[in-house]
Every structure is written in structure tokens, then in C-alpha cells.
Design a protein around this ligand. Structure first.
Ligand code: CTP
Length: 403
């Protein structure tokens, strides 16, 4: 099995996150070689990447370490995947225009590997039509992108441009390597239309305040990515999260539980499998204010009304579809999970005790228990990454399809 990543680091503040990407790739037993541009070296010392990758770092076309006799060609040939993270507007522009004037761009040009960009830049730069056109051109030519996330940028602006989180980039790259190596060649979900929900929903109190649930969306996104890798046609209905997903996923962004219900009902008709990993808010604010509530009024009372239970609603219209729910509990896990599975007419439920360290919410790991309605079976799993948990959940789903 060949798992070689050549990582290009270009000059942006997100360079510090690139170090985390290298560290995570190494933990996945992936061989990493790093090429840094001159500007990247201004942000992070090459020694950091040398230490993390346990390989020499190339910083200039003319200072290629002895080990690589023919410089860029050797690295270009070694790569199964080339990952450019962070990718500045400059490197994207250069590659889109066929410019190869340093070690990184010449290696990209000489490589037949899959090439993945993780852009990171100021929002105005990212939205600049020139940059967008360069990205579109590269996508047309088969280059891949891990979308930047929205949020507060290092420059103080808010918007799209923050490099995707290291764990998401690493998930994407490991998925690509799996595909290349054929370990996931069994596209056991090919032809299946899967609807996945992820993240929290938010309910406005007034134009600036809201109530919500604790949820990072990581579990749902991991399931969506794993389903895509396994050949499914994936629709992801997502609450507000700072995660990015593959272009091939049909992502629908919503805010409130009512909006999530409507998006799910629309996608439901066309779905074979529904996996509800989201944490929708169970209540909305009935006395929501059109204007910002002033605190001068002293204490205030929120009137909360019950939101529809999306899964229960879908469960009533289920027909031949496979319906999978989650149960986030802090006690009596099995009992509550089984009760939810019956009440919501589910085929399978994934339960986790969110009070245990390493399970649920903002973690990169989860500790899951899977209960199936069909044979009443129950399987407990040790702590594992959410990417691994996603594949285990889908393995159980494929068993349900066979039945
Ligand atoms: N769910 C849903 N719609 C809601 C609330 C929850 O579809 N309004 C789904 C979740 O996506 C999850 C499952 O129902 O798959 C269980 O969610 P959970 O919060 O554990 O349970 P609740 O049904 O909300 O019950 P409770 O809060 O009483 O434990």
C-alpha cells in the first residue's frame, strides 16, 4: 500500500495549522515530505516540519537534499497525493496559469498525483473574481479543493477564507489515499441515495441572540464523507458549523429546526437511507423579538415552544427507507436509546454517553453503541476517531440493506 503525501506549504498565517496537518498525517502512518515556499519560511521555521515529518524539508529549487537526486521530479514521482496547505491566492494563481518558478510549483507541474489545495486567505481575496476564476479553472482540470471555512480571519475580517481544520484536511487526504489504494474500492453504497444531517440548529431569541445545542457537526460530516467514498450519492443537511465538505456532497445549510425539517422532508422523498446525526434544538422561542432586547429591562422570561421531532416525523412516512438515529445520553444509555428507536420507528440507533470523556460533542473521537431493531442486536465499541466510527456505522447500514 502506497501512502506518500508531498505537502506544499505556502506563505500565510495558517502555516501554523499546516504543522498540525503533518503531525496528524504521520499519526495515520503516512509518509510526508514537505516543500516550503520562501514566504512560508517567514512564518514557520523549516525545522518544525523536518521534526514532524521526520524527513528533510525542501525550501529552494537549488538546495535540494542529497536524498533526492533529481529534485522536483523525484518528489513529483513519489507523491500519491500532493497537498498544498495553506494554499495562498498566489500559488493557486500560478498553478492555474502554468507558472513553475520555484520548487513547489515545478513539483506540482511535474506530478501525476492527485493535487489538493486547502486555500487560506483574506475573505476579499478569496471572493475576488480572479481567484474564483483560477479555482474554477483548476477544478475543471481535475485539481481538488478542501473548501475554506467561514469565520473570524487572522486579519480581523469575518467571512470565508479560513483554512479548513487540520482534521478535516487529513480526513479528506486519507479518503483519497484509500481510494487510490483500493482499500475502499468496494463501493458498497454505490447507487444509494443517503441523507445525512449534522450539527446543531439555532433558534433566535432576537436578531443578536439565540439558543442552541452543543454539537460540532464532526460525526455527521465524517459519515457524509465516508458514504461518499463508498459510492453513495450524499445530501448533507447541515446546521451552522465551521466545517467544510467535499464538493461532491450536496450540502444544504439551514439554521432552525423547522428549516432542517423542511430540507429533510424535501430530500427524504429521494432518499434510500437517512442518518440523523444532527442535534436539533427541541424548543424554539415563542416570544422571539424582532428587535434587539435591551438589558435595561432587567430579567426576562423566554417562552419556549416545542419544535417538531424531525426523525419521528420522517419515521411516520418511512416506507421502505432505512432510518438511523442517534441518542445522546448522560445516563441509562441502552434503555433510552431503545425507547427512541421504537418511538421514532428506526432501523438502527447509534447511542453515546456524552458524559464520558472522548464521546460526542466537540471531540474528534466517539464511543458508540449500535442497536439494530431488525435483530435486536447490540454492539459496543471502544473509543475511536469519528472517521472510524463513521465507517463502522455504515458497515452496519450495509447489513440492513442486505436484509
Ligand atoms: N432529533 C430530531 N428532531 C428533533 C430532536 C432530535 O430529528 N427535534 C433526532 C436527532 O437527530 C437524533 C435523535 O433524534 O438522531 C435523538 O436525539 P436526542 O437529542 O438524543 O433525543 P430527543 O429525541 O431530542 O429526546 P430527549 O432530548 O428527550 O433525550
Amino acid at each position: 500500500m502506497s501512502r506518500n503525501v508531498v505537502m506544499g506549504v505556502t506563505g500565510g498565517i495558517a502555516c501554523y495549522k499546516a504543522a498540525d496537518v503533518v503531525s496528524r498525517l504521520k499519526k495515520e502512518d503516512i509518509e510526508v515530505d514537505v516543500i516550503m515556499t520562501e514566504n512560508a519560511c517567514e512564518f514557520v521555521n523549516p525545522l518544525t516540519f523536518r521534526t514532524l515529518s521526520k524527513n528533510p524539508v525542501v525550501t529552494s529549487t537549488f538546495a535540494v537534499p542529497e536524498a533526492w537526486k533529481v529534485g522536483h521530479v523525484a518528489l513529483a514521482q513519489k507523491a500519491d497525493v500532493m497537498l498544498i496547505a495553506p494554499a495562498t491566492a498566489n500559488v493557486i494563481g500560478k498553478v492555474a496559469c502554468g507558472i513553475a518558478d520555484d520548487m513547489l510549483t515545478t513539483t506540482i507541474m511535474a506530478s501525476k498525483a492527485k493535487i489538493v489545495f486547502a486555500p487560506a486567505m483574506n475573505v476579499n481575496m478569496y471572493e475576488n473574481p480572479v481567484v474564483q476564476e483560477n479555482i474554477a479553472r483548476l477544478k475543471r482540470l481535475g485539481y481538488l479543493f478542501v473548501e475554506p471555512a467561514e469565520g473570524l480571519l487572522a486579519c480581523g475580517d469575518t467571512g470565508k477564507g479560513r483554512m479548513a481544520e487540520p482534521e478535516d484536511i487529513v480526513d479528506y487526504v486519507t479518503g483519497l489515499l484509500d481510494d487510490i489504494n483500493g482499500s475502499c474500492a468496494e463501493k458498497d453504497l454505490a447507487g444509494m441515495k443517503i441523507l445525512v444531517t449534522a450539527g446543531p440548529t439555532v433558534e433566535d431569541i432576537d436578531p443578536v441572540r439565540y439558543i442552541s445545542n452543543r454539537s460540532s457537526g464532526k460525526m455527521g460530516y465524517a459519515i457524509a464523507e465516508a458514504a461518499l467514498r463508498r459510492g453513495a450519492d450524499v445530501t448533507l443537511v447541515s446546521g451552522p458549523v465551521s466545517l467544510s465538505c467535499s464538493e461532491a456532497i450536496n450540502r444544504i445549510n439551514i439554521k432552525s429546526t423547522q428549516e432542517m425539517l423542511e430540507a429533510c422532508q424535501k430530500a427524504f422523498e429521494n432518499s434510500d437511507i437517512v442518518i440523523k446525526a444532527a442535534a436539533p434544538a427541541d424548543f424554539y422561542v415563542a416570544n422571539r423579538s424582532q428587535h434587539k432586547i435591551k438589558k435595561t429591562g432587567g430579567s426576562m422570561q423566554l417562552e419556549l415552544s416545542k419544535n417538531p421531532d424531525i426523525l419521528e416525523t420522517l419515521g411516520r412516512e418511512k416506507a421502505g427507507r432505512i432510518l438511523v438515529g442517534f441518542a445522546a445520553e448522560t445516563q441509562d444509555l441502552e434503555e433510552y436509546a431503545r425507547e427512541k428507536m421504537v418511538r421514532k420507528n428506526l432501523d438502527m440507533i447509534v447511542a453515546n454517553n456524552v458524559a464520558v470523556p472522548g464521546a460526542g460533542f466537540d471531540n474528534d473521537t466517539n464511543i458508540i453503541t449500535i442497536i439494530k431493531a431488525t435483530d435486536n442486536s447490540m454492539a459496543n465499541y471502544e473509543k475511536m476517531s469519528k472517521a472510524e466510527a463513521a465507517d463502522i456505522i455504515l458497515n452496519h447500514v450495509t447489513e440492513l440493506i442486505k436484509k
